[in-house]
Design a binder for this molecule. Structure first.
Ligand SMILES: [Zn+2]
Length: 347
């Protein structure tokens, strides 16, 4: 039903936006035409508009779906191109639906970045209905190796999965949270930068330098996580919440228990799941139970209360609050917080 409405919206929008959407070459033509007559009527305004329009038309427009993509792209281009994040700061990333304006924004972009998982399945419908000839599409899940979502002992099974298991069809759902591993982030940034350098040769050197500086920051971060884990007493974390940390845990050799696999849409865990996690915290003497960002923290808090463990945020960096966005928090700054809480949780 949702897809049907989306298709209709798309058909209408595509018809309406044919004249609005143009590639860089078209924009240049348009600005040349509009500037010509105004030269005689109002030279000073024409000069201003000519210089701003021609510099705007050279600026690359990058449109991304979530915060990690926004931050990675922004670190590479800095002030040399425009980066637009479709997800509003503070919004839940798994239930995002594009507005008609968002679809036009995507259509008019030079580069569109999305994850490619369950949460942004809408992208397939949107892209298949638009002319992609001028667009460059960058899918995070194509940039690195992916693994399936894993159901570990004690996790709540998703209702959908139970149904398909009854039908006898086994649908493997790939885990979309590829960015939670800083090593994956390095690969993504390198590949994103290579694409941007091709699309915007005038800024090639700047992008190359920014990407290489940023990759060395990510590499330092990776080293910090490695040091924390290699010198820690425990190699196990417990997340009383959804579990978007598969790539992160695999990277650093951590075992884990959590309430829900991946970013399940379920938010109510059964008494059995909560009881299992409480027993685990007690038997393994776990000092810190984690919840993720923008969560109601309820389950994590009740496990913490029942066990005396501390409740802390382990940030999976799906999105940031409005305030954090305005204050310019970054993937690295949020991950540095994770280094600190991990130290506590593993010792
Ligand atoms: Zn998620």
């Amino acid at each position: 039903m949702k897809n049907k409405i989306l298709s209709i919206t798309l058909a209408v929008l595509m018809a309406a936006s044919i004249s609005a959407c143009g590639n860089t070459a078209n924009n240049t033509e348009v600005s040349a035409e509009t500037n010509a007559p105004s030269e005689t009527s109002a030279p000073s305004i024409a000069e201003t508009s000519e210089s701003s329009e021609s510099s705007d038309s050279r600026r690359l427009s990058i449109v991304v779906t979530n915060f990690p993509e926004y931050d990675f792209a922004h670190q590479i281009v800095q002030d040399n191109a425009d980066v637009t994040m479709l997800l509003k700061p503070g919004a839940e990333s798994h239930t995002y639906d594009p507005t008609p304006e968002d679809i036009i924004t995507i259509q008019n972009s030079d580069m569109f970045v999305y994850v490619g998982g369950d949460s942004d399945e809408w992208v397939n419908d949107v892209l298949s209905s638009m002319d992609q000839s001028h667009m460059n599409i960058f899918r995070l899940m194509d940039a690195v190796e992916t693994v399936p979502e894993e159901l570990v002992e004690g996790m709540e099974e998703e209702a959908e999965e139970e149904e398909s298991a009854e039908d006898g069809e086994e649908e493997v759902e790939l885990d979309e949270h590829v960015w939670t591993s800083p090593v994956n982030a390095m690969t993504i940034v390198r590949k994103m930068s290579e694409t941007l350098e091709t699309l915007d040769p005038a800024n090639k050197d700047a992008y190359e330098k920014n990407a290489s500086d940023y990759i060395s920051e990510l590499s330092d971060l990776d080293k910090e996580f490695q040091d924390v884990v290699s010198s820690s007493k425990r190699k196990e974390i417990i997340v009383g919440d959804r579990f978007p940390f598969r790539y992160f845990c695999d990277e650093y050799g951590l075992s884990y228990y959590a309430a829900f696999p991946g970013c399940s849409t379920d938010t109510q865990a059964s008494a059995k799941t909560v009881a299992f996690l409480i027993d685990k915290v007690k038997s393994d003497e776990i000092p810190v139970v984690f919840h993720i960002e923008l969560s109601n923290e309820e389950m994590c808090n009740s496990i913490a209360e029942a066990t005396g463990a501390k409740s802390e945020l382990l940030n999976a960096v799906h999105n940031v609050s409005d305030e954090d966005f305005k204050n310019g928090v970054t993937y690295v700054s949020l991950m540095k917080h994770n280094v600190e809480v991990l130290k506590e949780a593993l010792n």
